[in-house]
Design a protein around this ligand. Structure first.
Ligand code: NAP
Ligand code: GDD
Length: 342
């Protein structure tokens, strides 16, 4: 019998890479998706094309982390061996605008899912998508599993609750539950409002003559950026370990937003200083200045290490986005003026 995995947040960046990985490993994958008025499955459509074929191993079920009854129903129906809780309102800047909603989904959503596991009476392994944002105004660099948390946003506060409730269910009920404390990870599937993808989308559009200016916030913030495909592998490894535990997943290198601009625009032979303007709208009420992780424990225990480095990450994203920009340019050039009937 193939193992069954359930993924919340399957339509997101990480969910799509994780679904791909688990299908390759022979799992049956059940994704929880939200009803949306527009299509939200673009990142997984390539995995889902044969959904009408007998024997398809990827299924989608409607549910929401804000809706306990849907979580109960799905768990009863699927009885998964592994649950990956990746669903979240995951944008830090936006969490300042919608703090209560962020707490509901990103914080309480986790306990809803954990309680549904107890209600249904199953014993799956549980992965919680914890975040380096927990370190916030970091009291020590590099950050390890032992570094105290110091959250700086409603998002990070919600993730702190989710982190501790996951530990609590492990200790109280003996659930195989682990936290992956993942540092920033990006890809060609990254949401376009996160800074790396915002930069690679804009730089490639500028290169193709489709855009003139890119508006950004704080260029001095430093992040430890890896590639999402490497990071979902770490999630899976954590779930195969003998003992449930919490792990930092990071590259160990940090770069500023300015350095990301240098790398992306430089690769396209452009000078970002001619195209970037600062818009205070993108400043945050409280900023996280420096994140750099030490993944020594994951290296030792899980034998995990990242394959894609900073330069490789930037190039992959730019190579992907230049093709999108070229397609956009071709469409724009062939678009006929609309004729309005008199
Ligand atoms: P993402 O691209 O923003 O995806 C978030 C996913 O959560 C989407 O599938 C979204 O569905 C879903 N979602 C949102 N609200 C939900 C709700 N109420 N109920 C059920 N699902 C809901 O995020 P990501 O980058 O893949 O990150 C995955 C997880 O890792 C998140 O929990 C994030 O906070 C955490 N994390 C990310 C990073 C990183 O650098 N990427 C680092 C550390 C931790 P829709 O498509 O319908 O919006
Ligand atoms: N989004 C965005 N947009 N960020 C900007 C901009 C801009 O125009 N200009 C500068 N920045 C700076 C932000 O102030 C922040 O310091 C940094 O770029 C990174 O911002 P994001 O890419 O939005 O990511 P994040 O670090 O806040 O959060 C991401 O990583 C966390 C892990 O540390 C998200 O994926 C979170 O879900 C994740 O937990």
């Amino acid at each position: 019998m193939p193992k069954r995995a359930m993924i919340t947040g399957i339509t997101g960046q990480d969910g799509s890479f994780l679904a791909e990985l688990l299908l390759q490993k022979g799992y049956e994958v059940f994704g929880v998706i939200r009803r949306s008025s527009s299509f939200n499955t673009g990142r997984i459509d390539h995995l889902y094309q044969d959904r009408h074929e007998p024997g398809t191993r990827l299924r989608m079920l409607y549910g929401d982390l804000n809706d306990s009854s849907s979580l109960n129903k799905i768990l009863r129906q699927v009885e998964p061996d592994e649950i990956y809780n990746l669903g979240a309102q995951s944008h830090v800047r936006v969490s300042f605008d919608i703090p209560e909603y962020t707490a509901e989904v990103t914080g309480l959503g986790t306990v809803r899912l954990l309680e549904a596991i107890r209600d249904v009476g199953i014993r799956p392994r549980f992965y919680q998508a914890s975040s380096s944002e927990l370190y916030g105004k970091a009291v020590q660099t590099p950050q390890t599993e032992k570094t105290p948390f110091n959250p700086r946003s409603p998002y990070a506060c919600a993730k702190a609750y989710a982190y501790y409730i996951t530990v609590n269910y492990r200790e109280s009920y003996g659930l195989f539950a682990c936290n992956g404390i993942l540092f920033n990870h990006e890809s060609e599937r990254r949401g376009e409002t996160f800074v790396t993808r915002k930069i690679t989308r804009a730089a490639t559009r500028i290169k193709c003559g489709l855009l003139k200016k890119l508006y950004l916030g704080n260029l001095d913030a430093r992040r430890d950026w890896g590639h999402a495909a490497d990071y979902v592998e770490a999630m899976w490894l954590m779930m195969q370990a003998e003992i449930p535990d919490d792990y930092v997943i990071a590259t160990g290198e940090s770069h500023s937003v300015r350095e990301f601009l240098d790398a992306a625009f430089g690769y396209l032979k452009l000078d970002w200083r001619e195209h970037v303007e600062i818009d205070p709208h993108y400043f945050r009420p409280a900023e996280v200045d420096l994140l750099r992780g030490d993944a020594d424990k994951a290296r030792r225990v899980l034998r995990w290490k990242p394959k894609v480095d900073f330069e490789g990450l930037v190039r992959r994203m730019v190579d992907h986005d230049i093709k999108l920009a070229e397609q956009e340019r071709a469409v724009a050039q062939h678009r006929k003026p609309i004729e309005i009937a008199a």
